[in-house]
Design a binder for this molecule. Structure first.
Ligand code: KIV
Length: 261
């Protein structure tokens, strides 16, 4: 059995120069696959709002839904660090709301939580409660309405702003930071300047690790995203298998005596 990955353990991986491999998962079966393949971090991301629930943004996702999916993933996962994503509206109102929401995800089985943006007071309070927090800066999907769409952040002078935000949440106590959709050179500077692991998604190769959304790397999403690669042609593979199931059933070729009792 592989070692249990912990939040402090990620810092050791960074210091040893080992790249940290992170991916999202939303259910038990995917969690089992992550566990046996040797992924380091599994994020139950609120991206489930897009790829599981069919919303156009992550804004509608609720804490109750995140609790449900965290429980499902927990049952299939032992070695990787399980990070539960705090959804929009579950930490933005007050410090006590943030701590209560983080506790709900921990009780559902998370080993750590993630939140987006410069919520330093909330981060401090959650860490004080004994809960490791992962930060998230750059393009933060819960603020898509403020950004006006999926837009690369931190270009030009704005790069300083992303760096400042990363430093400020590091000081508040996060154990690692997701850098999403920022120029690779800005991510490289942030990675050099801060002391904790950076986990990139559309932030270039200099980050200490990478994270991807499950559907975006297995060819299951509607379109190929620039920051992802299809390591499998999921739509084609499952589409062909589904067609074969339909034709085999319609023709009467399936089930055979082998599938019968
Ligand atoms: O919800 C999510 O999947 C995320 C990743 C894109 C980092 O926040």
């Amino acid at each position: 059995m592989s070692r249990k990955v912990t939040a402090p353990g990620l810092r050791q991986m960074m210091e040893a120069g080992e790249k940290i491999v992170c991916i999202t998962a939303y259910d038990y079966t995917s969690a089992l696959l992550c566990d046996s393949a040797g992924v380091d971090v599994v994020l139950v991301g609120d991206s489930l709002g897009n790829v599981v629930q069919g919303h156009s943004t992550t804004v509608p996702v609720t804490l109750e839904e995140m609790v449900y999916h965290t429980r499902c993933v927990r049952r299939g996962l032992s070695s990787p660090l399980l990070v539960g994503d705090l959804p929009f509206g579950s930490y933005n109102v007050s410090v006590s709301q943030a701590v209560e929401s983080a506790i709900a995800l921990m009780k559902a089985g998370a080993d750590a939580v993630k939140l987006e943006g410069d919520y330093t007071e909330e981060i401090r309070a959650i860490v004080k409660a004994g809960i490791p927090v992962m930060g998230h800066v750059g393009f933060t999907p819960q603020s898509i309405n403020e950004f006006g769409g999926h837009k690369v952040q931190g270009r030009g002078d704005a790069g300083e702003g992303v760096l400042d935000e990363a430093i400020s949440i590091q000081e508040a106590g996060v154990f690692g930071i997701v850098l999403e959709m920022i120029p690779a050179d800005v991510a490289a500077v942030i990675t050099k300047k801060i002391e904790i692991p950076t986990i990139g998604i559309g932030a270039g190769a200099a980050c200490d690790g990478q994270i991807q959304v499950w559907h975006d790397v297995f060819g299951l999403s509607a379109r190929k995203l620039k920051h992802a690669r299809w390591f499998a042609q999921g739509q084609d593979v499952f589409g062909a298998a589904l067609s074969e199931y339909i034709s085999s059933t319609r023709s009467g070729e399936f089930p055979t005596s082998e599938n019968s009792f």
